[in-house]
Structure formats: structure tokens, C-alpha cells
Design a protein around this ligand. Structure first.
Ligand code: UDP
Length: 334
């Protein structure tokens, strides 16, 4: 019988791509999502239940009615600026609700847990970003991710839960059109560079560059963009590793190389064949100049090999999604 996987937050961007990948890999995915930021139209991969992690009764029902071989936990608020302005919302959604989930997992004897962590746990780089880099988050969002990693370590020590914390760098791109998945990035409000540049291309507007005076070769920030389908694949590998009896671990999920904001805009110009204008703006508070992963551990221990590392390919899949999405928006409005 297919292994049953609970995908909490499976109506969101990365969760939906992983639910899709789980189905294709022969797993029985059950999505649990409160649709606070997830999309109802992404609930097409396996069964789903609309429910909230704050509701312990709903969780007890869910776990009593289903025996899960693993839980993947994607549900999270992700807007750094909002986390600074409204930290309580972030501690409640990302920490308190995760604690509810972990207690339900403990009480119902689920053995394997995969957590969506973030490079934000590291804060300002003090050296190469290996998994051993100290935790020094500089905003509430990063602190909530660090807090859940600590909770997981303590639950693992006390109750024997096996977990992987997957520290994402910059998730980007969308499932290729040929996959038929019709899912992609769709945040409201959108704050991420690639979708914003592509929206600017589509609308004939200019893309904003936050900071051109960083100590990088072209003066703009360097980030490590990783295709969302590569992230999805890593979740399955991490889960299989735990199921094979390996110990809990944390892994960086990034491509291991960086691209500047200008390079991203240039890639978007090539892909879209639209000469997107650049508008220079002041630095965004709290942005370090460079964030690039060391991904050797995921490569060697998970056998993970990012398949879609090419920036232009990442941007192309995001562009295909942007056009698909805008077509359905036009359709809805007409
Ligand atoms: N950025 C930008 N213009 C935008 C959005 C983002 O110049 O409209 C920059 C941002 O300052 C950062 C990089 O692009 O250096 C990636 O930002 P994003 O919000 O996509 O991801 P983050 O690295 O903050 O997780």
C-alpha cells in the first residue's frame, strides 16, 4: 500500500509542488491547509482537509482517522517585513501552531517529520553558510524558524521523533508547463524578486532594485535561487532517508551559487524578450549583500542534485506561470 504523507500547508507554493511530486512518486498525500494564504485551486494533488493548526481538536481527529508514515510541515507566514511589524502574528502562526502540530504528532506516534526551515536562521553570514553556521536570525521570521528547529531537536531527544529541517534559500520557478501541474508562486502581496520582475514585464512597468551600493561586483544583492521542483524532490529524499533509519538532520537547500538582482533582471529580459526597465531604490532594511548556500551536505547525504539550476530555466518556468496566472485572472475579471 502507498505510504501516506500529511502535507500541512499543501495549498501553498512549495507545499503544492511537493504534494504534486509526492503523487507522482507513488505516495498518498493528504493536504491539510487553512487557506489563509494557500490557494483553493492548488488542492488538486491527493485528498485534502481544510483545517487550522490552532485547532487541536481538528488535529486529533485528523491523526485519529489517518495513520501517517510522515508529516511535512510547510504552513508558515513568510513575509519578513510583516514579521517585524507584527511579531505576535508570526510567533503564533509559525511557533505556537507548529507546537500544536508537534504535540499531535507525538501523541499519535508519527515517526518522521520534515520541516520547512529557512536560510534566515543564519542571519548575517559570518563565514560560509554550511549547516554548522551559527544561528543568528535578524528578524522575527528567522527567529520563528530557529525556534521550531530547537523544538524539533528537543522533541527528538525526548520522544524519539526523527526529523529533517530543510533550510531553503530563495525558492523560485514553477512546475514546467509540460507537467500539467498548473501551480506556481502566488503570494499576496508579492514581495519576491522574480515574480515582481515578471509582473513588471507583463504590465510594461519597471522593476525596482533595492540597493545598488552593496559590496558585490555589480552593487546589487546576490542570492541563491533554487527551483521549487528541486525543493520538492529534496523533501522526498529527506523523508526517504528518515524512513530508511537515518538520524535527524538539517540540510541547506540552495543551488550553491549566487546571482545578483541585475543578473536576475537580465535573465528576465532574455526570457520575456521585454526590455524591463530598472528603477533604483534605497536598500531594503535587513538585506545582507550576499546569501549563498553550501549545499554539499544535501548532495552527499541525500543524494540530491538540483536539476533545474540554470537561472534562465528558473525564470522561464516562472514566466510561463505568470502568463498562465494572468490569463486566469483576466478570465475571472471578465
Ligand atoms: N529585491 C529587489 N527588488 C524587488 C524585490 C526584491 O531588488 O522588487 C531584492 C531584495 O532586496 C533581495 C533580492 O532581491 O536582495 C531577493 O529578494 P526576495 O524578496 O525575492 O527574497 P529574500 O532574499 O528577501 O528572501
Amino acid at each position: 500500500m502507498a505510504k501516506r504523507i500529511l502535507v500541512v500547508g499543501g495549498a501553498g507554493y512549495i507545499g503544492a509542488h511537493t504534494a504534486f511530486a509526492l503523487g507522482r512518486a507513488g505516495y498518498d498525500a493528504l493536504v491539510f491547509d487553512n487557506l489563509s494564504t494557500g490557494r483553493r485551486e492548488f488542492l488538486r494533488f491527493g485528498r485534502h482537509i481544510i483545517g487550522d493548526l490552532a485547532d487541536r481538536g481538528a488535529l486529533d481527529d485528523l491523526f485519529s482517522e489517518n495513520a501517517f508514515d510522515a508529516v511535512m510541515h510547510f504552513a508558515s507566514r513568510i513575509n519578513v517585513g510583516e514579521s517585524v511589524a507584527d511579531p505576535g502574528k508570526y510567533y503564533r502562526a509559525n511557533v505556537a501552531d507548529s507546537l500544536n502540530l508537534l504535540e499531535a504528532v507525538r501523541d499519535h506516534g508519527v515517526k518522521h517529520f520534515i520541516f520547512s526551515s529557512s536560510a534566515a536562521v543564519y542571519g548575517l553570514p559570518q563565514g560560509p553558510l554550511t549547516e554548522g553556521h551559527p544561528f543568528s536570525p535578524i528578524n522575527p521570521y528567522g527567529k520563528t524558524k530557529a525556534a521550531v528547529e530547537w523544538m524539533l531537536a528537543d522533541f527528538s531527544a525526548a520522544y524519539g521523533l526523527k526529523y529533517c529541517a530543510l533550510r531553503y534559500f530563495n525558492a523560485a520557478g514553477a512546475a514546467p508547463v509540460a507537467s500539467g501541474a498548473k501551480i506556481g508562486e502566488m503570494h499576496e502581496p508579492e514581495t519576491h524578486l522574480i515574480p515582481l520582475v515578471l509582473q513588471a514585464a507583463r504590465k510594461g512597468e519597471s522593476a525596482t532594485v533595492f540597493g545598488t551600493d552593496y559590496s558585490t561586483p555589480d552593487g546589487t544583492c546576490i542570492r541563491d535561487y533554487i527551483h521549487v521542483c528541486d525543493l520538492a524532490e529534496a523533501h522526498i529524499l529527506a523523508m526517504q532517508r528518515l524512513m530508511s533509519g537515518e538520524q535527524s538532520a538539517a540540510f541547506n537547500l540552495g543551488g550553491g551559487r549566487g546571482f545578483s538582482v541585475r543578473e536576475v533582471i537580465e535573465a528576465a529580459r532574455r526570457v520575456t524578450e521585454i526590455n524591463v526597465a530598472m528603477r533604483e531604490a534605497p536598500r531594503r532594511p535587513g538585506d545582507p549583500d550576499t546569501l549563498v548556500s553550501v549545499n554539499a551536505k544535501a548532495r552527499t547525504e541525500l543524494g540530491w542534485e538540483p536539476r533545474y539550476a540554470d537561472l534562465e530555466y528558473i525564470v522561464r518556468t516562472a514566466w510561463d506561470w505568470e502568463r498562465e496566472r494572468s490569463r486566469s485572472l483576466t478570465f475571472e475579471q471578465s
